[in-house]
Ligand binder design. Structure first.
Ligand code: FES
Length: 148
């Protein structure tokens, strides 16, 4: 790992909570790393394992899914389903020799702007410590071979 490594993070954020919390962090001027690219989803229950895997394949070094607190999902159990999918993706990553910590499920309420920012900082730092994703590197190498 180099000192200049800046991880690419994708955060799938539920419109009702994490996305609003990110908005609140912004309006309160609580900073968080620009490494985190937010993808707003209506509910984390809409995030499938393939979306997480695609994000990793397309260059993300880490992905987190941020949903409503348990019991607060506007679609009842979307966040529970998302948590199960994240566990499945973690197991799959472990099976193929990729650190499962690169994927995480997080919950928060719309008012938790500080928690959103802290999560973004902590997750970015964790991925920075892990280094570049081997999935991204493998996908990049494969594309290079296909072109040449
Ligand atoms: Fe937020 Fe389902 S509506 S996780």
């Amino acid at each position: 790992m180099t000192d200049t490594f800046e991880p690419e993070i994708v955060a799938f954020c539920c419109h009702y909570c994490a996305y609003t919390a990110a908005d609140m962090a912004g309006s309160k001027r609580i900073s968080y790393p620009p490494n985190v690219k937010i993808i707003r989803v209506p509910c984390t229950g809409k995030v499938d394992a393939i979306h997480i895997m695609k994000a990793l394949e397309k260059g993300a070094d880490g992905v987190y899914v941020a949903g409503c607190l348990e019991g607060d999902c506007h679609f009842k159990t979307g966040n529970i389903r998302a948590a199960h999918r994240v566990l499945r993706v973690q197991a799959l990553l472990e099976e193929i020799g990729v650190e499962p910590q690169r994927v995480e499920m997080i919950t928060m309420s719309a008012g938790m702007g500080e928690r959103f920012a802290k999560t973004a900082r902590d997750f970015t730092e964790k991925i920075r410590q892990l280094g570049p994703s081997p999935v991204t590197t493998a996908a990049r190498d494969s594309r290079r071979r296909a072109v040449s």
